[in-house]
Design a protein around this ligand. Structure first.
Ligand code: FAD
Length: 408
């Protein structure tokens, strides 16, 4: 039986441990073909994929599996609902990654024995009142121009799909191809899959520096000792932009964007939603264990842990505006996490220098982009070249570049 809790439940917010078993954690190895910095969703997805290609992999995590953004997420795989002006670069990558999710899910569930609550209910993007209908029409036009599946619904048609919504909902867009997973289960499954594939997942161990020799990275330094490696992958999420680890000329333009969320418990008496709902203020995602996740604030406040009264008030008010039934639901957990956000909200996937790869900056789309990120990094590590689709996601778009094989 998998034991998973929401972040913030029974412990300091955002630091909740998620584990598929009580098996002892790995010791720090002396060397590995690949060292991954950070046991978040991206680090573990990459590690598991590389182990499947026959490489020895160590993941080194400062806190515990998923303690960064990954356990704070809602788990929406929603390229259609997320599509907005300026995200044209990301859309093909996002759609391709969504196509890869069923195979990723099947392999992950088979390797771990853990179901990840993959749901294909779609997203309803809602408008309340005349102004919001105008903005929703603009969004729908953009979706259609970009070839994204999206169907315009009247308020009545919206309520036929979701009878618990308020009569003041005036229109909606149904994005039928958007899916979702449960992050608590995905992280537990990745943790278990990595360990059964022989990945050394070392928790409570910070990477303090990179070792360089002859112009290439050849390992990492930690408080518990060095680890030699052929390739080091920076998957340290919102912390990848912090100084100290990378030389200044390789600094990554990634910053934390705090998101606060909460989980409500539904019962037969309170009722629930059948699929994900988006408004201009909040998203609400029903999980198969009866929870509704309400998220998420977007706050450019640096690394400031915790939840605020203002953040929770905004979430609850935004949810109540469309779903009056939340008043009867129990609040099960509240938490916050840091989205790893680049200057254009798209990820950075590239060889920064010989022996050094970045897989970070996934902002609010880490879950959506995990399968394609893992495949792209695995191809880069094993062949020395990124697949064409991932090439636009280098720092070159911000004015820098690197190569895995060439001399630094
Ligand atoms: C509130 C919220 C809602 C979200 N909802 C969604 C959603 O619905 N769909 C979606 O696709 N995405 C969503 N996201 C985004 C998604 O969670 C992230 O994009 C994704 O989790 C990033 O994963 P990561 O592995 O890069 O980073 P993280 O999960 O942050 O992992 C990085 C890890 O690196 C570790 N670390 C840092 N520095 C070091 C060091 N020096 N040594 C060792 N370890 C280190 C950290 O402790 C951390 O565990 C959401 C995010 C938030 C905050």
């Amino acid at each position: 039986m998998v034991s998973v809790d929401f972040p913030g439940t029974g412990g300091p917010i955002g630091l909740r441990r998620v584990s598929a078993s009580t098996a002892p954690r790995s010791a720090l190895p002396q060397r590995a073909d690949v060292v991954v910095i950070g046991a978040g969703l991206i680090g573990l997805s990459v590690a598991w994929t590389l182990a499947g290609r026959g490489l020895s992999v160590a993941v080194i995590e400062r806190e515990s599996v998923g303690a960064g953004a990954s356990l704070a997420a809602t788990g929406m795989l929603a390229p259609a609902a997320e599509h907005e002006p300026g995200s044209d670069l990301l859309l093909p990558l996002a759609i391709e990654s969504l196509h890869r999710w069923p195979a990723f899910r099947d392999a992950l569930q088979a390797a771990s024995g853990i179901g990840i609550d993959y749901r294909e209910d779609g997203t309803l993007v809602l408008a309340i009142g005349r102004d919001e209908v105008e903005r929703l029409r603009f969004r729908h036009d953009l979706q259609r121009r970009s070839g994204v599946a999206a169907e315009w619904l009247s308020g009545e048609a919206v309520r036929r799909r979701e009878p618990m919504l308020r009569p003041s909902v005036t229109a909606g867009i149904l994005c039928p191809l958007d899916h979702q997973v449960d992050p608590r289960l995905v992280m537990a499954a990745l943790d278990a899959a990595c360990r059964s594939a022989g990945v050394a997942v070392v928790e409570g161990c910070a990477v303090e520096g990179l070792d360089w020799a002859g112009g290439r990275v050849c390992g990492v330094r930690t408080a518990s000792g060095p680890v030699a490696a052929g390739i080091v992958i920076v998957a340290s999420g919102a912390w990848s932009g912090e100084g100290g680890l990378l030389p200044e000329h390789l600094a990554l333009p990634v910053r934390p964007l705090r998101g606060q969320s909460l989980a409500l418990r539904t019962t037969r008496h309170t009722g629930t939603l059948t699929g994900m709902v988006w408004t201009e203020q909040v998203h609400i995602a029903p999980k198969s264990d009866g929870h509704l996740i309400v998220g998420a604030t977007v706050e450019d406040c640096g690394f400031r842990p915790g939840v605020t009264a203002g953040g929770l008030y905004a979430l609850l008010e935004g949810a109540r505006r469309v779903l009056p039934g939340i008043e009867e639901m129990e609040v099960e957990a509240v938490w916050s996490g840091y989205r790893p956000t680049s200057d254009d909200d798209a990820p950075i996937i590239e060889a920064l220098a010989p022996g050094l790869v970045a897989a970070t900056g996934h902002h609010r789309n880490g879950y959506l982009l995990a399968p394609i990120t893992a495949d792209a990094v695995a191809e880069l590590v094993t062949t020395g070249a990124l697949p064409d689709m991932a090439r636009p996601f280098s720092r070159a778009r911000f004015g820098g570049q690197g190569s895995l094989r060439a001399s630094a």
